[in-house]
Write a protein that binds this ligand. Sequence first.
Ligand code: AP5
Length: 192
Amino acid sequence: MRLVLLGAPGSGKGTQAARLREHLQVPHISTGDLLRAAVRAGTPLGLQAKAVMESGGLVSDEIVLGMLEERLTAGDTGNGFILDGYPRNLAQANALDTLLARLHQPVDVAVQLDVDTELLIGRLAGRAQVEGRADDTPEAVRNRLKIYDEATAPVVEFYRQSGRLVHLDGVGTMDEVFQRIVEALAPTPDVG
Ligand code: AP5
């Protein structure tokens, strides 16, 4: 299965992708994780991305697409993948469809996790205390949420219009949300 996870910062994409990786036995590809690894390694790409990420902005479409293409052609996505953090705007959504058409691996389904803003802010504040992620500061979180509303929310409509969207409530325990996703992805029994 080739799955895209959509949702605002803190909606649980990374949390659920880690569980779905075990369940579906396909790789979890997170552009945020790939970028953070590049920052840690001090690669030229990481050096370019660091300040943008810390401010909560989006890294350039060109950089992220190049990095993603490299990851999607690594040879382990034959049975599918879970994409987390991409696409984040309409240009990325179109670029992804073009890339995956070329690789003969089109997206099957996009799952959107819906969580209220207050709860998102609470979750990210909690993670800031535990992990100290550089972009979980109040100012960067505000910027990430604003960019999500302006640039990323239209991507949901992109998948709805192409009949590939599953929209789910992302509120509840991690187990409850996981169960909802698994049920939504299960094939509908043939009642004919
Ligand atoms: P990225 O790493 O993708 O961050 P994000 O989208 O802001 O998402 P988060 O990781 O904050 O949240 P999540 O939805 O994964 O939630 P999580 O499971 O972690 O991107 C970071 C940056 O990289 C971007 O800002 C940008 O600069 C750059 N970037 C990445 N992709 C890019 C792209 N395509 N183009 C351009 N730039 C890009 O959960 C959050 C917290 O909530 C955790 O503490 C978790 O334990 C907790 N939690 C999760 N689920 C629950 C639950 N059900 N109940 C209670 N707590 C929960």
